[in-house]
Design a binder for this molecule. Structure first.
Ligand SMILES: *[C@@H]1O[C@H](CO)[C@@H](O)[C@H](O)[C@H]1NC(C)=O
Ligand SMILES: *[C@@H]1O[C@H](CO)[C@@H](O)[C@H](O)[C@H]1NC(C)=O
Ligand SMILES: *[C@@H]1O[C@H](CO)[C@@H](O)[C@H](O)[C@H]1NC(C)=O
Ligand SMILES: *[C@@H]1O[C@H](CO)[C@@H](O)[C@H](O)[C@H]1NC(C)=O
Ligand SMILES: *[C@@H]1O[C@H](CO)[C@@H](O)[C@H](O)[C@H]1NC(C)=O
Ligand SMILES: *[C@@H]1O[C@H](CO)[C@@H](O)[C@H](O)[C@H]1NC(C)=O
Ligand SMILES: *[C@@H]1O[C@H](CO)[C@@H](O)[C@H](O)[C@H]1NC(C)=O
Ligand SMILES: *[C@@H]1O[C@H](CO)[C@@H](O)[C@H](O)[C@H]1NC(C)=O
Length: 666
């Protein structure tokens, strides 16, 4: 676990540096493994690691207090004068267990502070955080208290409440612990019986609003916060850099305040904590206080009860176990970026995957339209896979793809797994796929200008996959139905990398060819693994189909016209290339430009992968206004699609060498 999260942490760091110039934090501790510094937290005073959780206070010290902080400060503002305050989101699991349940309680506080050692901080009922001054001075410190003691002098409403504290033990807002269930009913929870309680805190810096939600572990996150506080005065308690962490204290009454898991992010929602394997701290059995007779009575009673219930319980338990296996979240899943959605969330978003929301079902599975609770429209792609191992490897891949961001790629928002079904969540593309706008009799035929712009968009997206990232990402399944149109009718490539999931053959070291007939480069039929050159081939087919308004394989056409590439190449050989252009858009295009596109399409479909242009070169040709004569000339050579050297002599200097480019595999 420790090494896993450390590695993940590193990846996140790299990611964060890429995304934002201001340092950002995003971490997840599903347990606190290791010795003092192995936790990754700075532990102050009596805080310590005990059996993979953090214990905040020391039972044998009368006025014990402890604090634990993430060692790096978060940037709450760009500088001390800035009025723009950042947002963050955090979630954690805690347990508070007193030695004597009727003793005075203390609780624990989540704290955001400019210093790990607030001046004048007191233990006992002050959480090891606040001073006893009647009017504490304004200082950058804000906390959310989970208070298990009632101190009338601080206006505490009860001995089981949550409060917002602005550098003051006297909360500015309090609320009894509990949560609102799905029907809006308030369900109180006891925070002082050792039960694992999960809390979510969302801070919005722009609105100066803080939301706190609590629920017992096992209950899904309630949609309505327990407490919501919004006041511009919060700004006074924020400084440019602040530490986040926890603080707790006690007097001579023993109360174990434990932190079991913690996730935090100031770049998005805090990641989900896997609560499945968290330890449980129950009150110690009080049986030692009972007499032998009472114990005997209880034991006999229990035995009888167990015998009656045993069989029923066993059936229930087996059922539950079977169910759990389906939706078990495994440790490795929590390591992956981007966001993991819960199945319920996606089920609600898609109306339980209702038929009416089905957008289509392609080679990889069904796609549903959905609406998240914040009204964002999404597309949910359900992918079935027969092996969990395959899924795991694939997730590693997908997780790195979640980092790919380009205006011409369909952005992935997250994922969810249920059994062997993987659900990938993408931005919803209101205008559907490109093929619907070109083939057959579309309601509204796409004009040439728009088609050309979409081709440029796709070329730029693919160029980013091939050359814009530290690693060459091969799409493997480029076709017009994988090109989606956003609300502005701009083209975006979808489904990149998905084909990889299906590439692993049944026999080790064999590779099943995946892609779509008509778009597959010829070399893939024999031996080669997909390369960026095979992507180029598929892109060439797309260029041709968009320019010609015909499918790559048109079975209803006369025999010599069935295969689009062959037909266009024949026309080119006859010197009548432009006849291939879509007759429905005649007059909309400049003939020279159309000819260039068709030639480029043919050049990309060159039978020899070595001789296809690279995406960089394609983009230059598609975007470039003034074409230098050389590439166009070599384009003409390449478009012919003849193998063997055209200009046998000085290969390196020949114009087609400029278009040849290099091919790389991942
Ligand atoms: C921490 O985790 C590692 C790997 O999971 C394990 O080998 C090690 O024993 C753990 N250490 C403690 C103190 O639990
Ligand atoms: C933990 O790390 C801090 C600084 O990062 C260091 O000062 C301290 O001595 C370390 N403690 C232990 C027990 O290694
Ligand atoms: C608690 O404090 C006492 C006295 O300061 C110390 O001897 C003991 O080791 C501490 N206990 C733990 C678990 O750290
Ligand atoms: C903040 O504002 C004060 C007064 O307006 C100015 O003197 C100071 O240089 C500013 N600091 C920064 C970091 O901009
Ligand atoms: C604050 O945010 C707004 C909108 O995001 C931006 O226009 C403005 O430049 C920011 N101001 C500072 C001082 O960063
Ligand atoms: C605050 O605490 C300090 C130290 O415990 C004590 O000396 C002082 O009298 C207290 N002040 C108030 C106002 O209670
Ligand atoms: C929600 O809570 C209320 C009050 O506690 C209760 O009456 C209701 O049955 C609960 N609803 C659900 C769906 O659990
Ligand atoms: C806090 O909760 C309210 C009510 O549910 C919601 O409108 C608001 O967006 C939430 N704010 C944050 C920062 O989560």
């Amino acid at each position: 676990m420790a090494t896993g999260s450390a590695a993940m942490g590193t990846i996140f760091f790299i990611l964060i540096i890429l995304i934002s110039p201001v340092s950002a934090l995003d971490f997840l501790f599903n347990s606190f493994n290791g010795t003092i510094n192995g936790t990754g937290l700075t532990l102050i005073n009596d805080a310590r690691v005990d059996h993979n959780v953090i214990r905040m206070t020391n039972d044998s010290n009368q006025y014990s207090f402890g604090r634990s902080f993430y060692p790096t400060a978060i940037a709450m503002k760009r500088n001390s004068n800035s009025s723009n305050i950042s947002s963050f989101s955090t979630s954690f699991v805690f347990s508070i267990l007193p030695q004597i349940s009727t003793s005075p309680g203390f609780g624990l506080a989540f704290v955001v502070t400019s210093t790990m050692s607030p001046p004048g901080a007191l233990a006992s009922q002050y959480f090891g955080l606040f001073t006893n001054a009647t009017h504490p001075t304004v200082a950058p410190l804000l906390a959310v208290e989970f208070d298990t003691g009632q101190n009338p002098e601080f206006n505490d409403p009860d001995d089981n409440h949550i409060g917002i504290d602005l550098n003051n033990i006297e909360s500015i807002l309090t609320k009894s612990a509990g949560y609102y269930n799905s029907t809006g009913g308030f369900v109180p929870i006891r925070m002082r019986n050792g039960r694992n309680v999960r809390a979510w805190i969302d801070f919005n810096g722009a609105n100066l609003e803080i939301n706190v939600t609590v629920a017992p572990v096992g209950v899904a996150r309630p949609s309505m916060p327990t407490l919501s506080y919004r006041d511009p005065v919060i700004a006074n308690y924020v400084s440019a850099e602040m530490y986040v962490g926890f603080s707790a204290s006690k007097t001579n009454w023993v109360e174990a305040q434990r932190l079991l898991a913690w996730s935090f992010s100031d770049i998005g929602p805090a990641r989900d904590i896997n609560t499945a394997n968290l330890p449980v701290f129950e009150p110690e059995s009080s049986s030692s206080k009972l007499s032998g007779g009472a114990i005997a009575g209880i034991v006999i009673g229990c035995l009888a009860f167990m015998m009656i219930c045993g069989s029923g319980f066993y059936l229930w338990w087996r059922n539950k176990k079977l169910k759990e296996q389906e939706d078990d979240i495994e440790d490795w899943e929590l390591e992956y970026w981007p966001h993991r959605f819960s199945y319920e969330e996606l089920s609600v978003a898609t109306d339980e995957f209702r038929k009416e929301n089905l957008l289509g079902s392609g080679g990889f599975g069904r796609v549903y339209k959905g609406t998240l609770s914040n009204n964002t429209e999404i597309a949910v792609k359900c992918v079935n896979h027969d092996s969990k191992q395959g899924l795991r490897e694939f997730m590693a891949e997908i997780s790195s793809m979640g980092r790919l961001q380009h205006k011409n790629l369909v952005q992935m928002r997250g994922w969810c797994r249920k059994g062997n079904e993987l659900m990938l969540v993408y931005d919803y593309m209101p205008n559907g796929s490109l093929n619907k706008w070109i083939f057959d009799k579309p309601e509204k035929l796409l004009g040439w200008e728009r088609r050309r712009r979409i081709l440029v968009d796709v070329a730029e997206g693919l160029n980013y996959l091939h050359h814009g990232w530290d690693q060459v990402v091969i799409h493997r399944d480029i076709k017009s139905s994988n090109i989606l149109l956003d609300s502005e009718m701009r083209g975006r490539l979808g489904d990149f990398g998905l084909a990889k999931l299906y590439q692993q053959g049944e026999v080790p070291n064999t590779t099943r060819v995946v892609g779509t007939l008509g778009y597959l480069a010829p070399e893939l039929a024999s031996v080669a693994a997909p390369t960026s050159a095979s992507d180029l081939y598929s892109f060439g087919v797309v260029l041709l189909e968009v320019a010609c308004g015909r499918r790559p394989i048109e079975t209803s056409a006369p025999e010599e016209e069935v295969v689009l590439i062959d037909w266009v190449r024949d026309l080119y050989a006859k010197g009548s290339l432009v006849e291939a252009a879509d007759s429905r858009i005649k007059g909309e295009y400049d003939e020279g430009d159309m000819e260039m596109i068709l030639k480029l399409g043919l050049a990309c479909c060159h039978p020899d992968p070595q001789r296809r242009p690279t995406m960089k070169e394609v983009v230059v040709l598609l975007v470039g206004e003034e074409l230098s004569a050389a590439p166009v000339e070599s384009l003409s050579e390449l478009a012919r699609g003849e193998t063997g050297t055209v200009n046998g002599d000085d290969d390196c200097e020949s114009p087609e060498a400029a278009l040849r480019g290099s091919t790389q595999a991942v």
